[in-house]
Design a protein around this ligand. Structure first.
Ligand code: GDP
Length: 451
């Protein structure tokens, strides 16, 4: 049975776990969850008479009376559940067959298959969490390093939402002070001293800017630090990538131009994920295929947070490349094992390594890690890691700028408050107070089924 994505009256079912474990959990959620569960579950008592937050041992039986599996049912009664609805979670033996049979049976009894992210979307629509926390649920599930987990879990626990909600309250206060002044404009009274308003506006502006600027680190923690490995053909770039990653995912050979395309691999260094891109050797070529690789390499270099420029010890020259302000550039002299002379000089940003034999690799790793400054982040500090939020904060910052300009030029209160309302609007986009169905759809459709 198909159901409308925005209809929350249906009772939905999905597996909440991936295959391969010893047990699997199937989650039934909605107005008829308990009734449908009772139609297929045989325990010591029907779930309809049981209290919430209780576990029940029993069996799942087909309509023919045949037992499918021995299960444990966990009962959550509305509104005290993840989504705010009645929820029954069956813990089954970890078999894909059993899981699909239980789901099929629930559908026979009137449940419908959940769409991606539907459980979390229901939780959001029921006011159980704001949108930023709902999005953090997806982030926490996909987090693959200590720091990305840290950022997502702070967001999910609500520290970020609390910060936004404090900001929202301040903005509303500012607006009401301005609008109060407006109500009494005939009498030419200034209710709020302009200095006080200015100070309030300044504090809000600082707060928005701080959140906005945290995206630089937040984005890196969530998506990983991108490192482009560049250099002439045969400098040892692929060998370096293999050594850093620890397996043979890049092609290594003596023929110049072997790395025809960019090769990407990730590894975690001290809780931070790094994404290494081994670029095609950049040189003039007539080979179209190689040229495509070179173009791609150029784009990878533009996007990288860190550029590692590799040159062999017998020819340690580095062509000039343009580096953006926020990019870090590290020179690496490779094949140190083949040299006995000291005609090269290592300094703070030039490291000497042997990609093939591993000399200097730990130092390079440590150097890469030191580029990411996490010293400002105590656990629990609020960091913006979501592109959608960053865009909304940028819009909010722009509206705040307009408000400050209006205030400075002594414009009437109603114009200033209009700008402040725009700021409130953009903050509301992050928490989901102001969100279109399309945005909700695009956010939750990226979740897996069962979340
Ligand atoms: P790329 O074209 O820059 O990716 O270079 P490769 O990684 O394919 O390496 C080119 C050649 O240099 C291969 O034969 C590697 O085994 C060799 N090579 C790479 N690094 C080292 C090193 O540290 N020491 C020595 N002796 N040979 C190396």
């Amino acid at each position: 049975m198909q159901h409308n994505y925005f209809d929350t009256s249906t009772t939905i079912i999905a597996s909440a776990t991936a295959t391969g474990g010893a047990v699997m959990v199937v989650r039934l959620c909605g107005e008829r969850a308990i009734e449908i569960a009772d139609a297929m579950f045989r325990g010591r008592q029907p779930l309809s008479v049981a209290k919430g937050y209780t576990l029940h041992y029993g069996t799942i039986v087909r309509t023919t009376g045949e037992v499918i599996d021995d299960v444990v049912a966990a009962l959550f009664r509305a509104p005290h559940s993840y989504t705010g609805d009645d929820i029954v979670e069956f813990t089954l033996h970890g078999s894909e067959y059993i899981t699909s049979e239980v789901i099929r049976l629930a559908i026979e009894h009137g449940a419908v298959m959940a769409t991606p992210g539907e459980f979390t979307r229901r939780a959001f629509l029921a006011g159980k969490m704001d949108l930023s926390r709902a999005e953090a649920v997806a982030d926490i599930i996909s987090s693959d390093s200590a720091w990305s987990h840290n950022v997502a879990s702070t967001q999910m626990r609500g520290d970020y939402s609390n910060r936004l909600s404090a900001l929202h309250d301040e903005l509303v206060r500012l607006c009401s002070l301005l609008e109060l002044e407006l109500d009494f404009s005939e009498e030419d009274v200034e209710f709020a001293n302009r200095d006080t308003l200015n100070k309030l506006l300044q504090d809000i502006d600082d707060s928005v800017r701080e959140l906005k600027s945290s995206f630089a680190i937040g984005n890196v923690l969530k998506n990983g630090v991108s490192v482009a490995i560049i250099g002439e053909p045969n400098a040892g770039k692929s060998t370096l990538l293999n050594t850093l990653i620890g397996d043979d995912c890049a092609m290594v050979s003596d023929i110049a131009g072997t790395t025809r395309d960019t090769i990407e691999a990730t590894t975690t260094i001290d809780g931070i994920r790094f994404r290494f891109v081994d670029t095609a050797g950049i040189r003039t070529t007539d080979d179209t295929l190689e040229q495509m690789g070179i173009d791609r390499a150029m784009r990878a270099i533009e996007r990288a947070n860190i550029i590692v420029h590799v040159a062999p010890v017998d020819n340690p020259k580095y062509d000039d490349i343009s580096i953006r302000d926020n990019q870090r550039y590290i020179r690496v002299i490779n094949k140190i094992d083949t040299s006995t002379s000291s005609k090269f000089e290592a300094d703070n940003d030039t490291l000497t390594i042997s990609a093939k034999y591993g000399d200097g690799i730990d130092e390079l790793r440590a150097h890469l890690r030191s580029v990411v400054d996490t010293s400002q982040l105590s656990s629990g500090s609020v960091v913006v890691s979501n592109m959608r939020h960053y865009a909304a904060l940028s819009d909010a910052a722009e509206a705040l700028n307009d408000a400050r300009r209006a205030m400075r030029s002594g414009l009437p209160a109603d114009l200033i408050s209009e700008d402040i309302r725009r700021v409130i609007h953009h903050i509301g986009e992050i928490t989901g107070e102001i969100t279109s169905d399309d945005i909700l759809h695009s956010i939750f459709s990226k979740f897996c089924i069962g979340k």
